[in-house]
Design a protein around this ligand. Structure first.
Ligand SMILES: [Fe+2]
Ligand SMILES: [Fe+2]
Length: 449
C-alpha cells in the first residue's frame, strides 16, 4: 500500500479486509482504491518488488508512519485529514465533505497515475524538466553523481591544520607589503565565498530539475560555508580585527568593484519571478551561470589564492596556504561542474548568447581583476607582482573559455605561475612545502581540468 506521506517507501497491496473500512469512510467503491494501490504495488517504478501482506499484518489497510503508529486508509481520506490518528470510526459523510473527498481522491489518483509509470531518465533535463525531482536513479547525468562522490573524498576542517607558525610569520616576519597582500586577499575571499554560497544555494539549485545535479550543489553549498569558516579561522587565529577585515569590501573600491560586478551578474538569477521557459530569462540565466563557473569560481577564485601561495613558496604562512589549497581543490571542482552544467543546458535548450555580451563579460572581469591586483600588489612582493597576477588571470580565463566551448578572450596570454596548477594537487605539494603530513584525499585520484 502506498504511503502518501512518503511515496518512495515500498508499496504493499491492500488486503481485501480493508474494503469495508475504506468504503465506509469514503463512500467510494473500495475496489477502485484497491486497484490503484495494486497497480502501484506491481509497477516497477521504484524497482522495488511489491510487498505482500503477511500473516502478522493487521487486517485493516494500514500505512506506516514515521512519526507515529500505523494509520488506516480511512484516515487518509477522512475530512479533515488527520494523519496522527490511529483509528477513525466510520462516520456518515456529508455531501459537501464527500465532494471534497472526491476532489481529493482525484488529486491523489493523479499523483498515483504519475508515479505508476516507469521513470525514464530521458525525461530529465538540467532545467525545465518534467521528470520526478525526488527520484535519483536512473541517472541521466551520472557524471554529476561522480562529482558528488569525489567531493566527499575531499574533506577537512580548518581546525585540522596547524596555524602556529603563521602567527609567528605574521607578527614577526611579514613585511608591510606582504601583510597588505595577505589581509586584502582574505578580505576579498570572505565576501566572495558567502556570495558563492548564496548564489548556488538560493538561486541556481532551485532551478535544476535533476536531483543528481542538486545533490552535488547541496554539497557545494556546504563547502562554500566551510570556506568561509576557514577564512574566519585564519582571521581569528592571527588576531586580526574581524569587523575591519569583513568591512573592507565596502571601503576599498578595488575590492568593492569585483563584488559589484559579481552581484550585478548574479543578482539577475536571484529573481524569484525568473521563468526559464522565457527566452530572455533563459539567456540571462546561462550568462550568469557562465560568469559564475567560468570567471567567478574558475578564474577569480582559481587565481585568487596565488598571492598567498607565493608567500608559501618562500616558506611563509604555510598553514593558511594549506587551508587555501584545500579550498582551491573544491573550487576547481565547482568550476568544472558548473561549466559542465552550462554546456549541458546549451545542448538541451535553444540558448541565444550575444557574442558582444560575452566579450563584455570577459573585459569587465579583466578590468576588475586588474584594478584589484594593482591594489593588493601596489608594492610588489618578492617573486610576485600585479602584472603576474593579471596575466595569469588572462591565461586561466582562456582555459575556462575553451572548456565552455568559447573563443579564447585573451589570445597569447602566458602562464606566469606555472606552479599554480600544482597547488591544486595536494599530494605533490604537501611534501614539497613540508606542511602537516596528511592525506588530503580519502579516496581515489582526482583529475583536474
Ligand atoms: Fe568557495
Ligand atoms: Fe565555489
Amino acid at each position: 500500500m502506498l504511503n502518501w506521506d512518503n511515496p518512495l517507501t515500498p508499496a504493499t497491496k491492500a488486503p481485501a479486509a480493508a474494503n469495508s473500512t475504506v468504503e465506509a469512510a469514503t463512500g467510494k467503491p473500495a475496489d477502485k482504491l484497491a486497484s490503484a494501490f495494486s497497480a502501484y504495488a506491481t509497477s516497477d517504478a521504484l524497482n522495488e518488488p511489491a510487498v505482500a501482506p503477511t500473516a502478522a499484518a493487521p487486517a485493516q489497510a494500514t500505512v506506516a508512519s514515521e512519526s507515529g503508529p500505523a494509520i488506516s486508509a480511512a484516515d487518509l481520506f477522512s475530512e479533515p485529514a488527520n494523519f496522527a490518528q490511529t483509528s477513525t470510526p466510520a462516520a456518515p459523510v456529508a455531501p459537501i465533505a464527500r465532494e471534497a473527498m472526491d476532489n481529493m481522491e482525484t488529486e491523489q489518483m493523479g499523483v498515483t497515475g504519475k508515479i505508476m509509470t516507469s521513470f525514464n531518465a530521458n525525461d530529465k533535463r538540467v532545467i525545465n524538466g518534467q521528470g520526478d525531482v525526488n527520484q535519483l536513479a536512473p541517472f541521466k547525468y551520472p557524471w554529476a553523481w561522480e562529482y558528488f562522490l569525489n567531493a566527499n573524498k575531499n574533506h577537512w576542517t580548518p581546525l585540522d591544520i596547524n596555524m602556529a607558525q603563521d602567527v609567528q610569520d605574521y607578527n614577526h616576519t611579514l613585511t608591510d607589503a606582504e601583510k597588505h597582500v595577505y589581509e586584502n586577499v582574505l578580505a576579498y575571499l570572505t565576501t566572495s565565498d558567502i556570495l558563492a554560497m548564496r548564489n548556488i544555494g538560493l538561486a541556481v539549485m532551485e532551478k535544476m530539475t535533476a536531483p543528481e545535479l542538486q545533490i552535488y550543489q547541496a554539497r557545494q553549498v556546504y563547502e562554500e560555508a566551510l570556506h568561509t569558516w576557514t577564512y574566519q579561522h585564519c582571521i581569528e587565529t592571527l588576531g586580526l580585527d574581524q569587523a575591519e577585515i569583513y568591512n573592507r569590501y565596502r571601503v576599498v573600491p578595488e575590492i568593492n568593484q569585483k563584488i559589484q560586478v559579481a552581484n550585478r551578474r548574479l543578482e539577475d538569477v536571484m529573481r524569484s519571478d525568473m521563468d526559464l521557459t522565457n527566452q530572455d530569462d533563459l539567456n540571462s540565466f546561462v550568462m550568469s551561470y557562465m560568469f559564475f563557473s567560468g570567471i567567478f569560481e574558475g578564474s577569480w577564485f582559481y587565481n585568487g589564492f596565488t598571492p598567498i601561495f607565493s608567500l608559501q613558496r618562500r616558506g611563509l604562512m604555510k598553514g593558511t596556504s594549506e587551508q587555501l589549497q584545500y579550498i582551491m581543490r573544491d573550487e576547481v571542482m565547482h568550476a568544472s561542474f558548473g561549466i559542465r552544467v552550462v554546456k549541458q543546458i546549451l545542448i538541451e535548450n535553444d540558448v541565444r548568447l550575444d557574442p558582444q555580451e560575452i566579450r563584455k563579460m570577459w573585459d569587465e572581469s579583466e578590468a576588475a581583476e586588474a584594478s584589484y591586483a594593482r591594489y593588493i600588489l601596489r608594492d610588489p612582493i618578492l617573486g610576485y607582482n600585479a602584472e603576474d597576477h593579471i596575466e595569469q588571470f588572462r591565461f586561466i580565463a582562456n582555459r575556462r573559455a575553451r572548456q565552455l566551448g568559447l573563443e579564447e578572450p585573451f589570445p597569447g596570454a602566458q602562464s606566469r605561475t606555472p606552479w599554480l596548477d600544482e597547488q591544486a594537487n595536494m599530494k605533490k605539494e604537501k611534501n614539497f612545502f613540508e606542511t602537516r603530513v596528511t592525506e588530503y584525499q580519502t579516496g581515489g585520484a582526482l583529475k583536474w581540468d
